[in-house]
Design a protein around this ligand. Structure first.
Ligand code: PGA
Length: 226
């Protein structure tokens, strides 16, 4: 079964979260996950769609201002977490080492994990995509509750999608390093979802912008059934 995860990023407070769930129904036959911001997690949990956080700290508790532990998430009914999203790597100092620590602690605590990898535009232009993916994937612990999301940074929020062939190729190389399900992320929309999700090495999608509207997110979820 394919997995489609909606990463809301820093969008939707509590009232917009409620409005989304009033209008959204996940189709059967596809695993659907929603990743709201921390402040909407407790409201989103228990509404029939598994809820993941967008980040998780490795300590159980402690003097880590602004961070949230796996145990705190589990207490809310949260089932998993995204780890190592490129926006965390780009703007908040996330490294392969902190990604590894977050993944290990989350899995150990019983959360599922979507661990993100992907090259930047300049890395791709410099022919470094393979090396970057090998380095990032090597930091991710193999686990049955973990999936990898391949999100080329140049395709996130830009409207530039990797071609299905290019994504297929990257997914194959990731699977050689780490035999797991691999989701594609980066400007996935209802218009391109069917073709992307038809690639044999693409096991689902991590959707940003298009996951904010129940209509477009539902259409992408249904594309995973095709
Ligand atoms: P996008 O974001 O679909 O808006 O490009 C994807 C992501 O960052 O997970």
């Amino acid at each position: 079964m394919k997995l489609v995860a909606g990463n809301w990023k820093m969008f939707k407070g509590t009232s917009e979260t409620l409005a989304f769930f009033d209008a959204f129904e996940a189709p059967a036959g596809v695993e659907v996950v929603v990743c709201p911001p921390f402040t909407s997690l407790s409201l989103a949990a228990g509404r029939g769609v598994p809820v993941y956080a967008q980040n998780v700290h490795w300590a159980v508790e402690g003097a880590f201002t602004g961070e949230i532990s796996a145990q705190m998430l589990l207490e809310l009914g949260v089932e998993g977490a995204v780890v190592g999203h490129s926006e965390r790597r780009q703007y908040f100092g996330e490294t392969d080492e902190t990604v590894r620590k977050r993944c290990e602690a989350a899995l150990e605590a019983g959360l599922r994990v979507i661990a993100c990898v992907g090259e930047t535009e300049s890395e791709r232009e410099a022919g470094e995509t393979g090396a970057v993916l090998r380095r990032q994937v090597a930091a991710i612990p193999p686990h049955e509750a973990l999936v990898i999301a391949y999100e080329p940074v140049w395709a996130i929020g830009t409207g530039k999608t990797a071609t299905p062939e290019l994504a297929q190729q990257a997914h194959e190389s990731i699977k050689e390093l780490h035999p797991t399900r691999v989701l594609y992320g980066g400007s996935v929309k209802p218009e391109n979802a069917v073709e992307l999700l038809a690639q044999p090495a693409i096991d689902g999608a991590l959707v940003g912008g298009a996951s904010l509207e129940p209509g477009s997110f539902g259409a992408i979820c249904r594309a995973a059934l095709a």
